[in-house]
Design a protein around this ligand. Structure first.
Ligand SMILES: CC(C)(COP(=O)(O)OP(=O)(O)OC[C@H]1O[C@@H](n2cnc3c(N)ncnc32)[C@H](O)[C@@H]1OP(=O)(O)O)[C@@H](O)C(=O)NCCC(=O)NCCS
Length: 196
């Protein structure tokens, strides 16, 4: 049984609409969030498409010291083991990309490769919703374990992952060239602690 915040988040996600549309799983019905005095409404998570790349790259380029180039992100849209999801929301009456997550699933093993939220909208819980969605998606696809790398200095991300039950497994020296990566993982083998 998965404990703590993960359980709460997944229970919440079950109560919302997790449905499979023509283009894949879509997750909607979120309550609005407030981030940095901005109200984010009409939040929806859906498979990333070509149309999202401008908005995604705008966030990617300001979020990482070494960001993914656009062509790499575009290739993820066609990679059969990759599941790139985008979160849209309405801010100041304008629909925009507010965040995204890219995961791979191979034979029951999942990996979170990329995750970011628009800088102006951080601290409001958007990343938690993306991770919650991704974990539920992984479980639905029979994932046994999920892992990720995170920069040693990225306290915000490490704190979020820990809150979902991820633990540090080992350190990859100079994984990013200029910095070590903490490798974290979470077992999803015991099912979800969801209300009937
Ligand atoms: C990491 C990131 C995705 C978090 O997005 P976010 O929407 O701000 O995160 P949330 O609002 O969902 O925060 C969830 C938790 O993380 C914590 N957190 C968020 N930002 C934090 C910060 N700057 N410092 C410390 N803790 C922080 C909060 O305490 C929050 O927990 P709480 O709800 O119990 O208070 C965002 O900062 C980002 O895009 N960073 C750049 C890209 C990146 O580092 N990606 C992760 C790569 S592994």
């Amino acid at each position: 049984m998965i404990s703590g915040n993960l359980s709460t988040e997944l229970t919440l996600s079950k109560a919302l609409a997790f449905c499979y549309g023509v283009s894949g799983p879509t997750y909607k019905g979120f309550l609005p969030l407030h981030a940095n005095n901005k109200k984010v409404t009409d939040i929806i998570i859906e498979p990333m498409s070509e149309d999202d790349l401008d908005g995604v790259m705008e966030i990617e380029e300001v979020s990482f010291p070494k960001c993914w180039p656009r062509d790499l992100m575009a290739r993820e849209l066609m990679n059969p083991v990759s599941y790139p999801f985008v979160m849209h929301g309405t801010v100041d009456d304008k629909k925009q990309v507010v965040g995204y997550i890219v995961i791979w699933i191979v034979h029951g093993d999942a990996h979170i490769l990329d995750l970011a939220v628009a800088p102006a909208l951080r601290g409001g819980g958007l990343a938690k919703r993306l991770i919650s969605f991704a974990l539920r998606f992984m479980v639905e696809r029979g994932t046994v374990v999920v892992s990720l790398e995170v920069r040693r200095s990225n306290e915000a991300a490490i704190k979020i992952y820990r809150s979902f039950g991820f633990n540090q497994v080992y350190v990859r020296d100079k994984y990013y060239g200029d910095e070590d990566a903490i490798v974290m993982s979470l077992a999803l083998t015991e099912g979800l602690n969801e209300e009937k």
